[in-house]
Ligand binder design. Structure first.
Ligand SMILES: Nc1ccn([C@H]2C[C@H](O)[C@@H](COP(=O)(O)OP(=O)(O)OP(=O)(O)O)O2)c(=O)n1
Length: 179
């Protein structure tokens, strides 16, 4: 079951969902709008290697915005730091960003019960488009989960790669998988 606005507010009051900063106007009927953080990164190598830590170049979106170019993969970050202890969070795009040809994740929209941190965005643009720090970029949806049967929340997993990522886009750590 997906959480409605009242359910999300209740979970925030109880502390099982944390969204910082939280702005009441960003709460939709069954979602919460998240915003583009200042920091972005691009991979510096032309060819990425799934077995390696691929170097990135970080930069800040200037006041006048930054033009995303088609064909490039940008790693972005949400302004919001979130914690979700009893629900499964999902990151989704927004219709208004989609209509500008911007996608914010490459197949990875699901979060985990227990995930704590800012979200890394995998941003691509269909046409050149200027984006700004602080603009609404996506939304979080929350699904109820049977936490009575949860064995290990994400923040307690030894091998969780992306827990506690804070305010910086984090590149792929696929190299930590055993393959
Ligand atoms: N676009 C996204 C999607 C997810 N996450 C965060 C929330 C998730 O709880 C966490 C892990 O996501 P996945 O399980 O999809 O990632 P992996 O399977 O690659 O990592 P792990 O092995 O740590 O589970 O990353 C994120 O920051 N940005």
């Amino acid at each position: 079951m997906i959480l409605t606005d009242g359910d999300i507010l209740k979970a925030i009051e109880e502390g099982s969902i944390v969204i910082k900063p939280f702005v009441r106007e960003c709460l939709g009927s069954n979602s919460y709008d998240v915003h583009l953080g200042k920091k972005m990164a691009v991979y510096t190598e032309e060819v990425l290697d799934a077995k390696k830590s691929n170097p990135v170049k970080s930069f800040e979106i200037p006041e006048e915005g930054f033009v995303l170019q088609p064909g490039e993969l940008y790693l972005g970050v949400t302004e919001e730091h979130t914690e979700t202890h009893c629900h499964v969070p999902f990151l989704e795009g927004k219709s208004s960003t989609g209509r500008l040809g911007i996608s914010i994740h490459a197949t990875a929209g699901k979060g985990d019960v227990g995930f704590v941190g800012t979200w890394t965005l995998e941003i691509e643009a269909t046409k050149p488009v200027r984006v700004y720090a602080g603009m609404p970029i996506g939304q979080l949806l929350y699904f109820s989960a049977n936490v009575q049967n949860l064995l290990v929340p994400y923040n307690k997993k030894q091998n969780a790669k992306y827990n506690n990522q804070i305010d910086e886009p984090v590149g792929s750590m696929m190299y930590r998988n055993d393959f």
